[in-house]
Design a protein around this ligand. Structure first.
Ligand SMILES: [Zn+2]
Length: 245
């Protein structure tokens, strides 16, 4: 059984037995992988009482020909302690983890998206403005995973966009006034919010220079929510906590 040492972010954990857990891990090199952490819940086990969702570990994985890879050793690499004492930041981190899990498939590495995920968690850990961190992460996810909607001109006819275009993930992006009726589920947003989305997706602007107060922020939130709902076919569980906190 070949063994490999990986740095892995724990996206989710499922109980496998009274003492063992299945970990859904996000790694830079291998993408998303699953592993069985035997004895994870035993205080004297290799995992010192368990793995935590949202923490990064150095893990040793034993690849098996059949069934789940085995996790045999763990060492904490990054725990993001600031999240444990800041509930809104913790909810935002859960949203990042759930989205990263939902948007990736196993054994399909996306190193830059891994970097963006870790970067978002670090920013939240250091109390960076939550909305901006999430918008930047979501826009980066769109670009890095190949989902970027068309927002510079009309996705229906390539025409010029009005001041309040309709945003239609179903048709592929922003719609002009003439094309908007093609998607009754489209949502009117400001052209400025879509420009902001495009800039965020480029990932080149310093986040501290951004202002997403007021309409731009609420339009961006609505656009992302609609986009993920259309892509995933369901609402993210963590989104409801996020919007309440
Ligand atoms: Zn059009």
């Amino acid at each position: 059984m070949p063994a490999s040492d990986v740095i892995a972010l724990v996206l989710a954990l499922y109980d496998f037995s009274n003492t063992s857990q299945i970990a859904v891990l996000f790694t830079r090199e291998m993408g998303k992988v699953r592993g069985l952490a035997k004895g994870a819940k035993r205080a004297d086990g290799a995992f010192q009482g368990g793995l935590d969702v949202g923490s990064v570990y150095r893990l040793r994985m034993l690849a098996k020909n059949e069934g789940l890879d085995l996790l045999t050793k763990s060492e904490m690499s990054e725990a993001f302690p600031g999240l444990r004492t800041d509930l809104p930041a913790l909810y935002a981190a859960f949203y990042v983890l759930e989205l990263a899990d939902a948007l990736t498939v196993e054994h399909d590495p996306h190193p830059e998206f891994w970097d963006a995920t870790i970067s978002a968690l670090r920013l939240l850990d250091h109390s960076a403005p939550r909305d901006i961190v999430l918008f930047a992460f979501e826009a980066a996810a769109m670009r890095l995973l190949g989902f970027m909607p068309r927002v510079d001109d009309c996705a229906g006819c390539s025409g010029k966009l009005p001041a309040r275009p309709a945003f239609s993930p179903r048709i592929g992006g922003a719609l002009c006034t003439a094309c908007a009726p093609r998607d009754p589920g489209a949502r009117l947003v400001s052209a400025g919010s879509l420009k902001m989305l495009a800039r965020l997706a480029e990932g080149t602007i310093p986040l501290e220079s951004l202002n997403v107060d007021g309409r731009i922020g609420s339009d961006l939130r609505a656009a992302f929510d609609l986009f993920w709902l259309n892509l995933l076919g369901r609402e993210l569980r963590s989104a409801s906590f996020l919007h309440k906190s």
